[in-house]
Design a protein around this ligand. Structure first.
Ligand code: ZN
Length: 182
């Protein structure tokens, strides 16, 4: 199942190949999904949407996922990508969509800071990096923890991370577990 170049194709990979790619490195889920060396072709906006659909936190570490969570992530990845490919093609009148990583008003959480989650109505939270924003629902994904505005800011104290890598470096020393052990 290994590939010499690039990551697995998320639309065709089975759950085994997909899971192997995702857990290959100790990363946050957001970073793993958007790393083309592990999983091909998923932009930040879609990663937010996939993690929301899977009910998983963007700062959950890949090495902490159990089999059921990986299966849920695989299913959500294929469902969300297939839905958006179809939707964007329709909106582009059959042409290949020009900006597949951009914000779309129909998204559930990406770009929806403070707006109600489409599933539970909780205001969507955000973590802002240098120029990018990543969004999730604190109720659907982080067991009610407000990572961006309270818990995360306490954890990080002085400033926001400037990159996902920096965020992971900090969590690497003391992993933030959002899920109970069982
Ligand atoms: Zn929600």
């Amino acid at each position: 199942m290994s590939q010499e170049r690039g990551g697995v194709d998320p639309l065709t990979a089975d759950v085994t190949a997909f899971s192997e790619a995702v857990v290959r490195e100790r990363r946050t889920l957001k970073r793993a999904l958007t790393d083309a060396r592990l999983v091909a072709g998923i932009g930040g906006a879609y990663a937010d949407e996939i993690l929301h659909a899977a009910g998983l936190s963007l700062v959950q570490l890949t090495t902490n996922l159990d089999t059921a969570e990986l299966a849920r992530l695989h299913e959500a990845t294929q469902a969300v990508l297939a839905m958006w490919i179809s939707r964007l093609r329709v909106e582009a009148s059959g042409a290949f969509p020009a900006k597949v990583t951009a914000f779309h008003p129909g998204m559930a959480v990406h770009g929806k800071f403070r707006q109600p989650c489409l599933v539970c109505g909780t205001p969507v939270q955000r973590i802002v990096f240098a120029t990018r924003e990543t969004n999730d629902c604190p109720r659907c994904q982080t067991k009610g923890k407000v990572l961006a505005d309270r818990a995360l800011s306490r954890l990080l104290k002085k400033d926001w991370p400037r990159s996902i890598e920096e965020l992971e470096g900090r969590f690497g020393a003391k992993p933030l577990r959002n899920q109970p052990e069982n």
